[in-house]
Design a binder for this molecule. Structure first.
Ligand code: UDX
Length: 439
């Protein structure tokens, strides 16, 4: 008999996981405590932008293989495997992760688990969480120890979430149970058959794989951004430096794009939660370098604001600034901890008139920063601008003909804070082009 799967929490991770599991042929029931999300998803609509997701979701809602509910009782009655996909945001005023959604979903589900089943944690959690949750689950579930728990971290990137879920580069499972392992091998059979490495380990290692991967990626980005600072002081070019470093197989070119730094719902809060957890474990020294990684990253935002002010002659007062990009990266509508929005906001607070255009992120940006002006095109955002800032590297900005903006701006001045535009093209069109870490 085919396994029946449930997915608890239908945000970026859960909604994608649910649709992809249906695509793999399973019957899937998604659950969320937010009735408006459940309503939208049940109609085949995705409450956020993620390429490829909506058609996939609609396909399986229509086929009946994918349904949504807000009832824990229904989830427990339906599922053989329950995936926990709720968020672990940063706690207000602290570095540590806020575990209330993870704990809440376990407390909501457990009292209904009255037959053998497998609960699989996918959320990014502090190391030690799985062991704690196992106790909590078996204590509260009528089926007791027949409810098993495994930890199976998720590595998906926003913008590539469907691809990353259907064709992951590795599968990591924390469990000491042969039954749990066999069940997850069945769930991921197609990926395993196509050669995806499947690593079975203890809970703590599985939890650590996720946070240490994100810590490594954040370090790589801050490393190249630190080099960008040195390049700026010496007249060197960080983009050529990164290309040259990247040819060394041991280093690799990926995640060496210097610019405005990392943001989003994962990297910033994950490295902070990791530091907080290391402190609790008495190994804070081991991760003190992450403080520097975080500091280099946050400095990028201030640096772009300083460069912009310099380009405007020392003050933002009375100046107009056109901003291209609001999301934390392209191909997403996510503005959580977005460096672009942070810079736009700081400049506005220092007295400029700032108008932002983003291909997908305007609604989320407006909700977070309602006092900025928002435009519906690049041209509209840059009308009358004394300075244009390129802050998120959408393809549409890269492909844009500089001449399109030349006619509407007051001054042809640009800072490419993602080092993603072609300097020759912009300079040839008469623009003063400034980049980060390159002449
Ligand atoms: C990240 C991890 O990549 C993913 O494996 C994990 O599951 C969740 O966190 P995501 O937040 O979607 O994924 O974004 P990612 O593509 O990693 O980019 C993070 C940030 O780093 C973005 O703001 C991006 O603009 C920035 N970045 C990335 C750089 O500044 N330079 C780079 O070279 C790469």
């Amino acid at each position: 008999m085919t396994l029946r799967l449930t997915v608890l929490g239908t945000g970026y991770l859960g909604a994608t996981h649910a649709a992809c599991m249906a695509e793999l042929g399973f019957e899937v029931l998604g659950m969320d405590v937010d009735p408006s999300k459940v309503g939208m998803l049940a109609e085949g609509r995705v409450p956020f932008f993620e390429p490829e997701l909506e058609p996939l979701l609609r396909k399986h809602v229509e086929s009946g293989r994918l349904r949504f509910t807000s009832s824990y009782a229904e989830v427990a009655a339906f599922g053989d495997v329950h995936f926990l996909c709720v968020g672990t945001p940063q706690r207000k005023g602290e570095y540590a992760a806020d575990m209330r959604f993870v704990d809440g979903v376990v407390d909501g589900l457990a009292p209904h688990l009255d037959r053998p089943c497998l609960v699989v944690g996918k959320s990014t959690v502090p190391v030690g969480t799985a062991a704690r949750l196992r106790e909590r689950l078996t204590a509260a579930a009528p089926a007791g120890a027949q409810v098993e728990l495994a930890w199976n971290p998720e590595f998906l990137r926003e913008g590539f979430a469907v691809e990353d879920t259907l064709r992951p580069d590795r599968l990591v499972v924390g469990t000491d149970s042969a039954v749990a392992e066999a069940t997850l091998r069945e769930v991921y059979a197609s990926a395993i058959a196509s050669g995806t490495p499947f690593l079975v380990t203890d809970y703590a290692t599985a939890e650590l794989v996720k946070v240490s991967a994100n810590a490594f990626l954040a370090t790589k980005i801050s490393f190249i951004n630190a080099m960008a600072e040195v390049c700026e002081a010496t007249g060197a070019d960080v983009t050529v430096l990164a290309d040259a470093l990247g040819h060394d197989d041991r280093i690799g070119r990926k995640f060496l794009n210097a610019g405005l730094g990392f943001g989003g719902g994962c990297l910033p809060k994950d490295i902070r939660a990791f530091m907080a957890r290391a402190g609790e474990l008495g190994v804070d020294q081991a991760l003190s370098f992450l403080k520097e990684v975080d500091a280099i990253n946050m400095r990028r935002r201030g640096h772009v604001v300083d460069r912009a002010r310099d380009m405007l002659g020392g003050s933002f007062l009375g100046k107009r600034v056109g901003v291209l990009g609001a999301t934390f990266k392209p191909n997403s509508d996510d503005c959580r901890d977005s460096p672009a929005l942070n810079v736009a906001g700081q400049i506005q607070l220092q007295g400029a008139q700032v108008t932002v255009y983003d291909p997908r992120g305007t609604d989320n940006a407006r909700a977070l920063f309602p006092t900025l002006n928002y435009a519906s095109s690049s041209v509209e955002a840059c009308e009358g601008a004394d300075l244009v800032l390129h802050l998120t590297e959408w393809a549409e900005f890269r492909e844009m003909d500089p001449a399109v903006l030349s006619d509407v701006v007051t001054e042809k001045r640009l800072i490419d804070a993602r080092n993603a535009l072609d300097p020759v093209r912009w300079r040839d069109a008469g623009w003063t082009y400034g980049a980060l870490g390159r002449p």
